[in-house]
Design a protein around this ligand. Sequence first.
Ligand code: ATP
Length: 214
Amino acid sequence: MKLGILGGTFNPIHLGHLRVAEEIGEDIGLTKVYLIPSGMPPHKPQKPLADFSHRLEMVRLASKTSPILEVWDIEGKRPGLSYSIETLRLFHSHFGSKLELFFIIGADAFIEIKTWKEYQDLFAYASFVVINRPGFNKENFLTFLDSLDVGFVWDQKRKCSCHPSGNILLNKDTTLIDISATQIREMVAMKKSIRFLVPEVVREYIEKVGLYLN
Ligand code: ATP
C-alpha cells in the first residue's frame, strides 16, 4: 500500500496545495494522498490562524471531488504542538507493515527541516517528495542533503537520493501555481476577490464564516 501525506497549516487550503497532491499522487502511483491539517503548527505563528475546525472543514470541502485525496484530522486530536514525526509513527502503527509512505513537501518547507523535532529520524519512516518552488536553487540541493547527515546517497540510475533505510528522496517539478495562503488571507482582508485561487466551495465557506476579515 503506497500512501502519500501532504501536511500543512492549510490556512486556507488553495489550488497550489491541491494540484501538488493530485499530481504527485498520480505521478508516483499512490493509492491515496492524505491531507493533514496541522493542529498547532510549531513553525508558523500565524495571525490570523483560523480554528482547526474551520481549516479542517475547508480541506474536506476542497478534496471532496478527488478520488485520490483523503483528509485525516489526527493532528487536531493530538494535544500540544503538531510534530510530523508523531504523525509518521501513527501512520505506521495504523496501517501496519505493508505501508510505503511518501511525505510530500514544498522545497520552501524542506529547507527548514533541521528545525523539526527528531528530523533525522523522519527519513526512516517515509520517502520524501520535495516539490520545487519558485526561487529554489536546485544546484545546492545535494549539498543540503549531505548537511542533514543522515546517509543519503545519490543513485544516478534511479535519479533519486537513497536513505540507508531503503526509503528515497525525490525532487519533483509540478505545475506551478505560485500562490500562498498568506496572499489569500491578505486579499480577503482587503476585500479583494479570491475566486479561482481556491475551490469555489472554500471561497463560499470563507465568506459565510467571515474568516480572515481582519
Ligand atoms: P502560508 O502562506 O500561510 O505560509 P502556504 O500557502 O505556504 O501557507 P502551507 O499550509 O504552509 O501553505 O503549506 C503546506 C505545504 O504545501 C508545504 O509543504 C508548502 O511548501 C506547500 N505549498 C504551499 N503552497 C504551495 C504552492 N503554491 N505550490 C506547491 N506547494 C505549495
